[in-house]
Design a protein around this ligand. Structure first.
Ligand code: NDP
Ligand code: AKB
Length: 255
């Protein structure tokens, strides 16, 4: 199978993508800031799955780091260079402050740097390598929050959802696909990292990473543009899309 590059691969959904793609015989390029964790994960996956795993430490809020990852995505395998990436999973992300009137500008802008700027730059690098080869896939991770009115995090996810739909249109007929993943609340390190108690979210609202990732990859294989794992979040998304915006604003943030 081809090579998959996963951002945010040191924890949560990204780590789950790494394991499931390795089990499907993909070689991997793992991107995140925590190099020690990435090296340990890479060693475990090489041992268990027997695939090639490259570690590419990068802070996607740092433009020079983003360019190093973009350079890896641009590789075509020519002249015995690195193997071309056949699947890009733009997954890295985190909660920005819950209240714009209180958050620091730097924290809000860092979220945009990672979840929008880096995602667009890496998507561009991948597309310009995949389209000439006539095959490949891009999976951008947004959220069900994209349909809500919940601050810069929800706005960033709304951008990712809309951007990826437009990318899917641009890619029609090229052999390359674009899918946006819109999960609901999922048990990862996300909330702990953000200082949000998981108890703040009702039990029924939680998903687990393995089935979310399994559904996402199945949808990528089928060329589905918007992937919303679980019936409950398909229903929630339909309700959010149908509801008048004043009602969505009244609901406010999803947590
Ligand atoms: N969990 C949930 O409820 C939901 C999550 N999502 C989205 O899923 C994606 C994955 O999040 P999830 O797995 O839950 O969260 P986790 O906190 O478990 O993992 C986040 C990953 O992103 C990486 N990351 C964070 N900041 C940076 C950065 N500046 N540069 C590079 N990598 C970075 C982290 O690695 P490191 O610290 O090593 O850099 C880590 O590997 C995110 O885009 C999130 O918005 C969407 C809907 C619901
Ligand atoms: C649903 C999300 O995207 C996120 N985990 C959140 O808590 O808002």
């Amino acid at each position: 199978m081809g090579t998959a590059l996963i951002t945010g691969a040191s924890a949560g959904l990204g780590l789950e993508f790494a394991w499931q793609l390795a089990a499907a015989r993909h070689d991997l390029v793992l991107v995140a800031r925590n190099e020690e964790r990435l090296n340990q994960i890479a060693e475990n996956i090489r041992t268990v799955a027997g695939v090639e795993v490259e570690v590419l430490p990068a802070d996607l809020a740092v433009p020079d780091d983003v360019e190093r990852v973009a350079d890896r995505l641009a590789a075509t395998g020519a002249h015995e260079g690195p193997a071309p990436v056949g699947l890009l999973v733009n997954n890295a992300g985190f909660a920005t402050p819950g209240d714009f009137t209180r958050g620091r500008a730097s924290s809000e802008l860092r979220g945009i740097d990672v979840m929008i700027r880096a995602l667009v730059r890496l998507s561009h690098a991948a597309v310009h390598q995949m389209v000439p080869r006539g095959r490949g896939a891009i999976l951008n991770v947004a959220s069900v929050a994209a349909l809500t009115a919940g601050g810069t995090y929800a706005a960033a996810k709304a951008y990712v959802r809309s951007f990826t739909e437009g990318l899917a249109v641009d890619l029609k007929g090229t052999g390359v696909t674009a899918t946006v993943l819109c999960p609901g609340f999922t048990h990862t390190e996300f909330h702990e990292r953000a200082g949000i108690p998981e108890t703040a979210i009702p039990d029924w609202a939680w998903l687990d990473a393995p089935p979310v990732v399994k559904q996402a990859l199945a949808d990528v294989r089928r060329g589905v543009v918007i992937s919303t794992p679980s019936v409950r979040y398909k229903v929630a998304s339909a309700l959010l899309r149908a509801a008048p915006r004043w009602a969505v604003r009244a609901v406010g943030k999803v947590r």
